[in-house]
Structure formats: structure tokens, C-alpha cells
Write a protein that binds this ligand. Structure first.
Ligand code: VAH
Length: 309
């Protein structure tokens, strides 16, 4: 069976739904430190689980004969800047616990998300290569870069089949994200419908790599289903779909809601965003295991506004 750790998060929620559609409800165990929502608990097995508790994870793995683990629990960039030690402990101890269980052969395959946050201000900003300078200046980015090298180490040294994607900002409507810098691009749709206006915490020209949730979920399942020999990067794969600025997403919304207006008031998250790439080169993912995005800004905007209204 498949275990999702952090199933109540922004990505975990939709990953649980999709994996249950594909493999069957009883084959996918959802777990989180928080109580699951009714739909998640009604559609399949749910466990309360602390992502950093190795013994607790092992008990759940043994109870449900888990063979694959998707580790989606983490503290994101903005919150991590406010609680550095907690962020490091959660993001690293959870990964090391799962990698150890895989090394001890309790689980066969691991998925762990990295992020474009693993790049830093000295990384090339346009067409950021798969392999390049990586000097992250945020706690979250430091934890993601360190995690990538732990994944590669456990693969090289112990043959652990762990796979990873450097997610861009992810936009969705089903579960609100918590504590991300790219989350302005989620909030803007809710506010466009509720108030026809949005005050953005980034400046209008801040260009960031972004992706619609459906594409992120598809890429996650696709890399996990790919033949092992196709996975050439065992740190983490660059992954991209689009890049836009607050000005551009506002214009896309105005095509659907003409009266929508945007204003700008940058806060501490501006320097986090300024340390990240603008446009990612994800040709390795496309060449190695056939990645291809499906949603561009207009298609995503239409789908977001349709589902939210
Ligand atoms: C964040 N959504 O903002 C996450 C992601 C690239 C951004 O890592 O922290």
C-alpha cells in the first residue's frame, strides 16, 4: 500500500485523492499530525502520525503493509523564516526517518519534494540549469538542498529508491496552502471573487516559476511510476510549467473579472522571492521521464475561478 505523510497539506490533500482514484481507496493510507477532513477519512484509511516519529511511521508501515511513502509534510518558506529551528527539525528529521526505514528495507520507494527554493541569489535566474550554483538564503531552501543531498547519499550508498522534484510555486483551490511565499498566487483568486481587489505582498515585477496543482500531482505520480533506470538525478529534478509576475496574473484575472484591481505592499517575503529563480530549465525531466505540463496561466485562471465561484 501507499502511505502519504502530511496528507492534510495543500499538495497532500490532492495527492491522496488522485492516488486513491488510481490505486483504490483502501490501498492509500492518509496520515497527518492533524485530524483528517471527513472526505479523506470516509474515502479510506487515516492515521494520526507525527512525520518526525520514526517508530510511529514504522508502526503504520507494518500495520498497513506500506511499500511506498510520499513524504509531503514540511514547513514552507515564510513560516520557516519565523521558526528556523522548528523548520529544520520537521523538514530534516522526517526525511531522515523515512530514508532510514527504506535503508532497513521496511519500505521500497520514497517520494520527497524539494523546491526551487533550493536555489539561491547566486543561481542563474533565467533558464536555471539542473546543475548549477546553489546557495539558498532561506531556512526552507537550506533544508531542501540538504535533503536533496541526503536523498542522493541514501541512493548511492544503500540503494534506496527515493525520487524528488523541485516544485515551483503551486496553485490550487481545494486546500489553502500554509506559509508559502508563492501563496499570493492562490490568495489572489479567492480575493478576486470575494472583494474584486487584492493587495499583493510582492512587487508587480516579481517573476516566479509556478505550476497548477493538477500538473504537480501528475508529475509526482509520473516520476514515481517511471522505470528506475530513467531516473538520472537522485538529488531532485527541476520542474516547471510557467513563470509569471503579480502584474501578469492580475491581467489574466481581469480578462475574466474586468473590475478586479490589484495593489502592492511588499513585506518580508519580497526578499525570499528575490532570492529565487525566475524561469527554470526542466529539460532533464522532459528528456529522462517524459514530463510535459498541461496548464498555462489562462487555462489555470479559468479553472481556478470556475471551481472557486
Ligand atoms: C513556498 N510554495 O512558497 C512554497 C514553494 C517555491 C515555493 O517552495 O515556500
Amino acid at each position: 500500500t501507499i502511505l502519504i505523510i502530511g496528507a492534510c497539506g495543500q499538495i497532500g490533500t490532492e495527492l491522496t485523492q488522485k492516488l486513491r482514484e488510481i490505486y483504490g481507496n483502501q490501498q492509500v493510507i492518509a496520515s497527518d499530525i492533524r485530524e483528517g477532513n471527513d472526505e479523506m477519512k470516509r474515502s479510506g484509511p487515516f492515521e494520526i502520525l507525527d512525520a518526525t516519529d520514526k517508530e510511529g511511521i514504522l508502526k503504520t508501515v507494518q500495520k498497513h503493509q506500506v511499500t511506498q511513502v510520499y513524504l509531503m509534510a514540511a514547513m514552507l518558506s515564510a513560516t520557516a523564516e519565523q521558526h528556523p529551528q522548528k523548520a529544520w527539525e520537521l523538514n530534516m528529521n522526517s526525511l531522515l526517518a523515512v530514508l532510514e526505514l527504506a535503508k532497513e528495507k521496511h519500505i521500497k520507494q520514497v517520494y520527497w519534494p524539494s523546491s526551487i527554493a533550493a536555489f539561491g541569489p547566486t543561481s542563474p535566474k533565467v533558464q536555471t540549469p539542473q546543475k548549477t550554483i546553489m546557495e539558498p538564503s532561506t531556512v526552507y531552501g537550506i533544508s531542501k538542498l540538504a535533503g536533496e543531498h541526503w536523498c542522493n547519499y541514501y541512493h548511492e550508498k544503500f540503494g534506496v529508491d527515493v525520487r524528488s522534484l523541485r516544485y515551483p510555486g503551486i496553485i490550487s483551490w481545494k486546500t489553502k496552502p500554509g506559509g508559502g511565499t508563492t501563496d499570493y498566487a492562490v490568495d489572489i483568486y479567492f480575493k478576486a471573487l470575494e472583494e474584486q481587489k487584492y493587495e499583493c505582498f510582492l512587487t508587480e515585477e516579481t517573476r516566479l516559476p509556478m505550476m497548477y496543482m493538477q500538473d504537480a500531482i501528475a508529475a509526482t505520480i509520473q516520476i514515481m511510476q517511471a522505470d528506475a533506470e530513467k531516473i538520472k538525478n537522485r538529488t531532485s529534478y527541476n520542474l516547471a510549467a510557467m513563470s509569471f509576475t503579480p502584474k501578469e496574473i492580475a491581467a489574466a484575472i481581469q480578462k475574466e473579472i474586468p473590475e478586479f484591481t490589484i495593489s502592492y505592499k511588499a513585506d518580508f517575503r519580497q526578499q525570499i522571492a528575490d532570492s529565487w529563480p525566475q524561469i527554470i530549465d526542466d529539460s532533464d525531466a522532459r528528456n529522462d521521464w517524459g514530463w510535459q505540463q498541461h496548464f498555462d496561466l489562462d487555462a489555470m485562471t479559468k479553472d481556478m475561478l470556475k471551481n472557486l465561484s
